[in-house]
Design a protein around this ligand. Sequence first.
Ligand code: PLP
Length: 383
Amino acid sequence: LLTCILRPLEVPYRYLFGPGPSNVPPRVLASGSRPIIGHLHPEMYEIMNDIKKGIHYAFQTENNMTIAMSGSGHAAMECAVFNTVEPGESVLIAINGIWGERVAEIAERMGANVHKLVKAPGGHFTNIEIEKVGKHKPVLFFLAHGESSAGLCQPVDGIGDICRKHNCLFLVDTVASLGAAPIFMDKQNIDILYTGSQKALNAPPGTAPISFNDRACHKMFNRKTKPVSYLFDMTHLSNYWGCDGKAVRAYHHTGPVSGFFALRESLAILAEKGLEESWRKHKEVAAYLYRGLEDLGLELFIPDKDLRLPSVTTISIPEGYDWREMLVYIMKHHQMEMTGGLGPSIGMVMRIGLMGYNCEKTNADKALHALADALKNCKKSKA
Ligand SMILES: Cc1ncc(COP(=O)(O)O)c(C=O)c1O
């Protein structure tokens, strides 16, 4: 009965060239294997303070209310919505792929009055379109900066000002874009920003930086009802992260100690490299990948290259091919993960992610070689 668990753990090496998780550099892997210390030890508080500083830099913010969630990107999505919205309040969600759909569902589940601004995957929202929706009087407007299911990088300039005019909080998802495409939380008047650990940051999955500015804090700390989640309640989390000015940081939950070590190192690597260099590198490698894909006769799903997400590239499924068959072939023969679409983009695209540590022209060459091989060898479904 126990044979399987008694076998030694085996984990294959994979080229993680999909939309995440990405491969993790040895320094980050090593940091996660340090001895466990208590989640309330002074050394841990220092590490958490370092993480906060690293997030300040990565988000380009000075917000005091800056923490990392004990959980994946979804934990940050739920934390943002649960804390800033009360049941019955209106929210507006921009949907152009799966991430808007998810946030809309999260908001619906906690009893918000959800309005949707919908586009087909790959479409982007103009400020004029966003301006019109003040009529719903939303308390929160959600947008994905890096729409990883479609490979779109949504421009955000000016939207924070529109939200202020309508007395609405501006919530931005940068799980797939942080470190790969420029974002300036304070300068762009973004009220709540979150990301994930496992994409361009190259930490293991399971922690998620999030930051709230004063406008967001004012709304979330002056509510009539308690947030539906105890675990994600920012009253407690702000104390756990030493953001509430109280002398004592009390027990709330046991944070993922090793995950925080790894997150700290990944933020340190980004700070050492510099954001500008990281953005430049992602753009350069992505442009190199686009040329190679076009040389293979493949069509990029987002026609305007200025709107493409540098970390996750989407290609239209080549005519006559079964995308599942191609992905299985690439995994089997090249030990390489690429993926299909997600949510509304399923059947429309294949996705190639080269993020952070993986963002190198040599890796783009490996991905292109694997794709060329699949194009040659995968039987055409409609011959
Ligand atoms: C843009 C975006 N938002 C949110 C998420 C959710 O993150 P997680 O899978 O870590 O919960 C992802 C994950 O792929 C993402 O790409």
